[in-house]
Ligand binder design. Structure first.
Ligand SMILES: Cc1cc2nc3c(=O)[nH]c(=O)nc-3n(C[C@H](O)[C@H](O)[C@H](O)COP(=O)(O)O)c2cc1C
Length: 195
């Protein structure tokens, strides 16, 4: 599969770091990736769907798309479409939901239905006190060890709330590099399967 055929589904949540979603999408597009976005309602307090040059799906589109039994189910269509899922930023709320199998919106339903043979990369972003809460390490452990997802660790910095500490979203460039590495691994796997 050529790189520009590679489909990346970006999930974003209600972290203030969602202000970076438009820039992240542009960087992924600059790498010739095909990108779509799934946004929680809370994430849209931090960026406008109009400021993103790719389709942005929310719970509203999920329910508007389905009226009768023969209609498509958006979270299943999206999991079929995507080769890789990138959740950036992943807030404490959606982290807890994913770790516990909760699926109560378009993003968490897509993750619950995710084909775990495909890469899922997550980028936590939260206040440092939330980051240091014992639930966080437990839940991240589930995503890494039980589910086989890939983490782009948060960074230590002065956070938007004014606190200094760990929990800031990784740099856009770091995130894109991890995505590109995961795509490279998928291509190597494909080549091995062909031989
Ligand atoms: C201004 C503001 C900034 C927030 N930033 C964060 C954040 O960086 N990380 C986080 O885990 N929660 C943050 N929250 C809390 C989440 O928005 C809240 O838990 C929300 O319910 C998340 O919903 P979602 O996971 O469905 O997107 C913030 C809330 C507000 C009002």
């Amino acid at each position: 599969m050529a790189k520009n055929d590679f489909k990346v589904l970006v999930g974003c949540t209600g972290s203030v770091a969602s202000v970076k979603v438009p820039a992240l999408v542009e960087e992924l597009k600059n790498e010739s990736l095909d990108v779509k976005v799934v946004a929680t309602d809370a994430s849209l307090h931090f960026f406008s769907a109009d400021s993103v040059s790719v389709p942005v799906y929310t719970d509203r589109e999920e329910w508007n798309a389905w009226k009768t039994l023969s209609d498509p189910v958006l979270h299943i269509e999206l999991r079929r479409w995507a080769d890789l899922m990138l959740i950036a930023p992943l807030d404490a709320n959606t982290l807890a939901k994913i770790a516990n199998g909760i699926c109560d919106n378009l993003l968490t339903c897509t993750v619950r239905a995710w084909d775990r043979k495909r890469p899922l990369i997550f980028c936590p972003a939260m206040n440092t006190h939330m980051w240091e809460h014992p639930f966080t390490a437990k839940q991240i452990g589930i995503l890494l060890e039980d589910l086989g997802y890939i983490q782009v660790s948060p960074v230590t910095k002065k956070l938007a709330c004014g606190d200094y500490g760990n929990g800031g979203l990784a740099q856009v460039k770091t995130i894109v590099d991890v995505v590109l590495r995961a795509i490279g691994n998928e291509h190597s796997k494909e080549r091995r399967d062909e031989t």
